[in-house]
Every structure is written in structure tokens, then in C-alpha cells.
Design a protein around this ligand. Structure first.
Ligand code: DQA
Length: 144
């Protein structure tokens, strides 16, 4: 099984950006955690981060036919991007939406998620553990 983990804009700044909201651990710490969990599950994982909407669309398209699941934290593009929603629908690879913070208890503009419409589940407010939960959901789905 192969899972692609996509992180959107400003998530490369984890550890620096708003630590009261996103914590003090870095993007590199997140990657290490995901890689360790992938090893435990015995699956292949690809990690991708971009600050650019079109690059994220390209990456999702590249998953077509060779990836069994996508974990995606589109960050701010969650709340704006029909293009990312359409890309997820186009490839039809099972996807789980993750947010480190609890977006539903934050500003009104964060209550809208376009990508959610193309995802089998959403995990919000569980910190970095949300990525692990998302991988487990995709793994279970792949096995059933
Ligand atoms: C985020 C929540 C988004 O609203 C925000 O724009 C982010 C990160 C999260 O992981 O909590 O950049 O997706």
C-alpha cells in the first residue's frame, strides 16, 4: 500500500508559526513521525509540502493510478480551493482531510472546507496525531 501525505501553505513553518495554536514541533518532526508510523504499518509513504495551489493540484493528479490513499492538510487552501477539491474528485483516490488545530472552533472563515466534499473523513484538532489516525483510516479501508 502507498499513501501520499500532502501539506499545504505555511505548514513548513511548523514550530515557528503560532506555536500556541500549532505547537512547537517542526515540519521535520511531523515527517519523522509519519515515516515511523508507515514503517510500523508496513506501507510506503510519500511526503509532500507546497505553498502553491497549482503545485498541490499537480501532485494530487500524479497520484492517479499509483497511490492507494491521500492524507491532506490543505491549510489555508481548505477554505478557498475548488481546484484542490476538483483534483481530489478527478483522481478518486480515497482521501482524509487533517487539521492540526480544531478549525471548527476558530474563525468563521475556517468553518468552510471545500476539500471535505471529496474526503472520506476529516480529523481536526488532534494535533500531529491526526495524521496517524488518517493513515490508520486509509489502511483499514484498503484492507476491507
Ligand atoms: C490548518 C487550519 C487552517 O485553517 C490554517 O489555514 C492552516 C492550518 C490546521 O492544520 O489546523 O494553515 O489546516
Amino acid at each position: 500500500m502507498k499513501i501520499l501525505v500532502i501539506n499545504g501553505p505555511n505548514l513548513n513553518m511548523l514550530g515557528i508559526r503560532e506555536p500556541d495554536i500549532y505547537g512547537k514541533s517542526t515540519y521535520n518532526d511531523l515527517c519523522e513521525m509519519i515515516k515511523t508510523h508507515a514503517e510500523k504499518l508496513g506501507i510506503e509513504v510519500e511526503l509532500y509540502q507546497s505553498n502553491h495551489e497549482g503545485d498541490i493540484v499537480d501532485k494530487i493528479q500524479s497520484a492517479y493510478g499509483n497511490t492507494d490513499g491521500i492524507v491532506i492538510n490543505p491549510a489555508a487552501y481548505t477554505h478557498t480551493s475548488v481546484a484542490i477539491l476538483d483534483a481530489l474528485k478527478a483522481v478518486a483516490v480515497p482521501a482524509v482531510e487533517v487539521h492540526i488545530s480544531d478549525v471548527d472552533s476558530r474563525e468563521d472563515f475556517r468553518q468552510i472546507s471545500y476539500v471535505r466534499l471529496a474526503c472520506i473523513a476529516t480529523i481536526s484538532g488532534h494535533g500531529f496525531d491526526g495524521y496517524i489516525e488518517a493513515m490508520d483510516i486509509l489502511m483499514q479501508r484498503n484492507e476491507s
